[in-house]
Design a protein around this ligand. Structure first.
Ligand code: NAP
Length: 297
């Protein structure tokens, strides 16, 4: 392997340390403790693990964590009432409703109900619109993590050619917009893109967010490129034993690492950045809601 590993765990730990320092400052003056409310509906095992991690890391950064666990048969009205009460609660600066919600609940309606100033997941259309405008808003966490890792590898991104594979609302579209705001020249590729390999080979920065295990081969990568692999795919691992699985990204890591200059691993790349950015967004929301200057993080 010739590429440098972009260590998402280490970058996320640094960001969490900055968040903790900012929280210490806010506690000292003007004496506020940022609060993050996390809502979990149902008992999806993966969501339970995510929520437990968010709660633990919120507390480790010195913030107040407010946890609401609701049964799987919670009605839309009950969930909307909880969101309304969190919107109105002055101790709550950030609201995160863990997705996916059980199938009988209307996710869009819930997202729309969250106060955009407390929307630390950055999913509300007002925050999506603010990214388009290049205006101040709350930026979705995984896309923000991708940009921070690209900056970690390349420093200033101005003028670089970026290709974003995938155009989802959650990842691909916001990453593209954020990279444009970093002065990259951005191409978005998707399932209808012609000669996708040639498009990818133009990229100084290649962000893969397609959800297809190891789709991006080494031959798709421009020598010296920076590769940010967002994909998290569980695949069979017969070498580890029958019924065993392992996580892989959207990029064939070993091949890509021979061509790229820097690459994120899976796991340990983009994944750890998501919660760290959520914590940073909570501090941002706590400051902006009170008209305070947001500390450097
Ligand atoms: P998604 O909503 O399924 O979107 C996938 C995108 O990839 C779509 O735009 C789709 O194109 C495109 N695509 C699918 N197959 C393709 C192909 N063969 N060639 C070119 N483009 C193709 O997925 P997502 O929510 O963006 O997530 C993408 C991956 O990131 C998943 O593996 C997910 O688990 C992972 N993820 C990780 C984190 C994290 O690290 N914390 C967070 C979120 C997501 P069309 O639009 O044309 O259909």
């Amino acid at each position: 392997m010739s590429a440098t590993l972009i260590d998402g765990k280490a970058r996320a730990a640094r960001l969490r340390a900055s968040v903790a320092q900012a929280v210490t400052g806010l506690k000292a003056a003007p004496g506020i403790v940022p609060g993050l409310a996390v809502v979990l509906v149902g008992d999806d095992p993966a969501s339970r693990v995510y929520v437990a991690n968010k709660v633990r890391q919120t507390e480790e950064c010195g913030m107040r964590s407010i946890e609401h666990r609701l049964p799987a048969d919670t009605s839309q009205d009950e969930l909307m009432a909880l969101v309304a009460s969190l919107n109105a609660d002055p101790q709550v600066d950030g609201i995160l409703v863990q997705m996916p919600l059980p199938a009988h609940l209307d996710t869009d309606q819930v997202v729309l109900a969250i106060d955009p100033e407390k929307d630390v997941d950055g999913l509300h259309p007002q925050n999506a619109g603010r990214i388009v405008l290049g205006a101040e808003g709350l930026v979705p966490c995984t896309p923000q993590g991708c940009v921070l890792l690209a900056r970690e590898a390349r420093g200033d991104l101005s003028g670089l050619d970026a290709v974003v594979l995938g155009r989802s609302i959650l990842v691909g579209k916001p990453v593209s917009l954020l990279l444009q705001n970093e002065n990259c020249t951005v191409t978005m590729a998707h399932s209808r893109t012609r000669d996708i390999e040639a498009v990818c080979r133009r990229a100084d920065i290649l962000v893969a967010a397609v959800g297809r295990p190891e789709m991006v081969r080494g031959s798709w990568i421009k020598p010296g490129a920076t590769v940010i692999d967002v994909g998290i795919n569980r695949v069979p691992a017969p070498d580890k034993g029958p019924d065993k699985t392992r996580l892989v990204g959207d990029v064939a890591f070993a091949e890509a690492a021979e061509v790229a200059s820097a690459i994120t691993p899976v796991p340990g790349g983009v994944g750890p950045m998501t919660i760290a950015c959520l914590l940073a967004n909570t501090v941002v929301a706590a400051c902006r809601r009170r008209g305070l200057t947001v500390p450097e993080m």
